[in-house]
Design a protein around this ligand. Structure first.
Ligand code: ADP
Length: 471
């Protein structure tokens, strides 16, 4: 596991968050606890010393002083009495302050002024800390000494120590939690991510059969599924492209063979007469035309498949477009002795599409109908359906066998290859038509019966333009 991995970063973040909460919390708890304890103790011994001081009027009586010493022992506090010079005259049991010893001068000065002395005192002999409050004793107006009440605070420090220890333990707990988190999450998060990284690198190198496990239902699972989809899509694209190139070279081979063959005949003067020579030249010309049409169609189809053919969407009057197509194609139909009719029953709304491409679609369908029909008529029929317009091109040609119907929109698919070639087809017309229809949100379907004819049906939605698209 790397130090800069997401999981380690997450683990340390958790540790930092826990510590960031724990440290100030323990500090605040300490402050509140000690503050409360000190205030309480101070107030208590302040009251006591005040009361004791007022109850003493003379320091001369030994038994009286002895009574205070006993009182100290009974209450668990220490009591110290000093005379007007600061010399200790009574001590309930502090070993470092024996009777006869003098207390610090500043404290005596404070007492003389009638002030209270408050301080922390540590007895070095018994290693104990006390909170001490001293009050002056007056006999009438005369200062005769002072009395100190000392309360041991060791218990409080022990409690504070306990809190600190608990916090340190919690800190260590957080560390273990973070380590545990790193190890558990690395299995759940990091390992799958690393596996996906490996897989995407392999995909990048062309190994498109690789798949990653996408069992979990979370973001990791959907990322894995997306990587798998990408691999599948790329694989499909690659095999599609491979087929496309195979198809192209196959399709180009026939005209090239014709061109080579007839050019060879002409070069070696293998013809009988001028008439035959002209015939061969005509074939060469036809094949060159076919090749150029093939290249043109291929270029258009590849642009369509890659989504690189820009469409110019506008309000399109379908009737106008259809009338144009029928007008243009009528001569070609009549040359073959076929009738071409336009048929519409009701007023039609405009659709939102590319007018030029709509015309291209219809020309292709009508051209096919003319090419694959020997006698009878071709009918272009316009109707309005619920929120859509339907355009049908129906012919009375030879029809398409049922088993071929589902393939007619595939590129280079021809029911009768030689017949299509003879009629100047490339096998790309319907593939281009389908792409163009779908790019304009339409759909195309085909019905056919051998010997009766074929009908192609186009459906386009009647989409209303948004207010802000107007003008
Ligand atoms: P082509 O250039 O060969 O016409 P298309 O893609 O336009 O290619 O059509 C594919 C095949 O579908 C044609 O080769 C033909 O066999 C069949 N086809 C298309 N239109 C018709 C039709 N109106 N009647 C019968 N067969 C058709």
């Amino acid at each position: 596991m790397k130090w800069n991995s997401i999981v380690v970063k997450l683990g340390f973040s958790i540790l930092l968050i826990v510590l960031a909460v724990l440290l100030p919390l323990s500090f605040i708890m300490n402050q509140i606890f000690t503050g409360f304890y000190f205030n309480n103790t101070q107030e208590r011994i302040n009251n006591l010393s005040e009361r004791y001081a007022t109850s003493i009027s003379s320091l001369d009586k030994e038994e009286f002083l002895g009574m205070f010493e006993t009182l100290g022992i009974l209450t668990g506090q220490q009591i110290l009495i000093v005379d007007d010079q600061g010399t200790i005259v009574a001590n309930s049991g502090l070993p470092s302050l024996p009777e006869g010893q003098r207390i610090a001068e500043p404290s005596v000065a404070l007492l003389k002024k009638g002030s209270t002395v408050q301080e922390m005192y540590t007895d070095s002999k018994i290693d104990k800390r006390f909170l001490s409050v001293g009050k002056p004793i007056f006999s009438g107006e005369e200062f005769i000494g002072g009395i100190f009440v000392l309360e041991p605070v060791e218990e409080m420090y022990q409690s504070v120590d306990m809190i600190e220890k608990a916090m340190i333990l919690a800190g260590i707990g957080a560390l273990f939690l973070a380590i545990g988190f790193i190890f558990i999450v690395s299995r759940k998060l990091s390992n799958p991510l690393l596996e996906m990284e490996k897989a995407t690198r392999k995909i990048g190198k062309g190994d498109l059969q690789i798949r990653v496990e996408a069992s979990s239902k979370d973001e990791i699972g959907s990322l894995a599924a997306a990587i798998n989809d990408l691999a599948i899509e790329l694989d499909r694209f690659r095999s599609n492209r491979r087929e496309f190139f195979a198809d192209i070279s196959h399709e180009l081979r026939t005209p090239i063979t014709y061109l080579e063959g007839y050019a060879n005949v002409l070069e070696n003067e293998l013809y009988q007469n001028e008439e035959e020579k002209k015939q061969y030249l005509k074939i060469i010309q036809q094949e060159a035309n076919r090749m150029s049409k093939l290249v043109e169609d291929l270029f258009e189809l590849s642009k369509l498949e890659e989504g690189r053919l820009p469409l110019n969407f506008e309000e399109v009057d379908v009737l106008e477009v259809t009338e144009n197509v029928v007008f243009k194609m009528k001569i070609k139909a009549e040359e073959k002795g076929i009738k071409l009719e336009l048929d519409r029953t009701i007023e039609l709304p405009n659709i939102y599409a590319d007018g030029f491409r709509m015309e291209q679609i219809l020309i292709n369908l009508v051209d096919n109908a003319i090419r694959y029909t020997e006698t009878g008529k071709i009918r272009v029929h316009l109707t309005k359906e619920h929120k859509a317009i339907r355009i049908s091109v129906t012919d009375t040609g030879g029809g398409i066998p049922v088993e071929d119907l589902q393939y007619v929109f595939d590129r280079f698919y021809r029911v009768e290859k030689s017949r299509s070639r003879e009629l100047g087809g490339t096998g790309l017309g319907l593939a281009i038509v389908k792409q163009l229809v779908e790019l304009q949100n339409g759909s195309i379907e085909v019905n056919s019966k051998v010997g009766e004819g074929t009908a192609f049906h186009l459906t386009f939605p009647v989409e209303k333009r948004d207010e802000n698209e107007k003008g």
